[in-house]
Design a protein around this ligand. Structure first.
Ligand code: MG
Length: 168
């Protein structure tokens, strides 16, 4: 009997509008800023893109199908809880996280002082080592909605490995 390792890769993206009077939560970390992201839940674009990347890698439905925004249960929801629920499904299928690579697209606020806290929080939420998480921040050079500071977006790639995959 030899064991074979099965790797799966998933991608997720998300974008939310910036609005006055909302909290700004990115990767489970609240960031002091004059605006926050609008949405049904806490509108954490990083965790939403992360859920889609992990779910995609595991062959699960997208975040909208897993947590419908028509469901009052998810109004103002902590996206960390949605991620935990989603991760339970991913792990239930036998997958473990190899790594997640996150790009946050934001003109403002400046994210470099927050990248480390976001990295640590995402690792904690996934129960993985910080070395398995990468957080990058990019501006959009003043172009498009993100560049004009009207929205923040995220792109995430996630790698999973199937536990105890064995072939005879
Ligand atoms: Mg979203």
């Amino acid at each position: 009997m030899r064991s074979s390792v099965i790797h799966r890769i998933g991608i997720g993206t998300d974008l939310h509008r910036l609005e006055a009077g909302r909290r700004l939560v990115l990767g489970g970390v609240e960031i002091a800023f004059e605006k926050g992201l609008a949405g049904h839940s806490d509108a954490d674009v990083v965790l939403h893109a992360l859920i889609d990347a992990l779910s995609g890698a595991a062959g699960l439905p997208d975040i909208g199908e897993q947590f419908p925004d028509t469901d009052a249960a998810y109004r103002g929801a902590d996206s960390g809880k949605l991620l935990a629920e989603s991760m339970q499904r991913v792990r239930g299928l036998g997958y473990d996280v190899v790594n997640v690579d996150v790009v946050i697209h934001a003109e403002r606020p400046k994210l470099s002082p927050h990248k480390d806290a976001i990295r640590r929080r995402v690792a904690e939420l996934l129960s993985v080592a910080v070395e398995q998480v990468s957080i990058k921040a990019k501006t959009n050079e003043g172009q498009d909605a993100v560049g004009r500071g009207e929205a923040i977006a995220a792109t995430v790639v996630a790698g999973l490995t199937l536990r105890e995959a064995k072939t005879a």
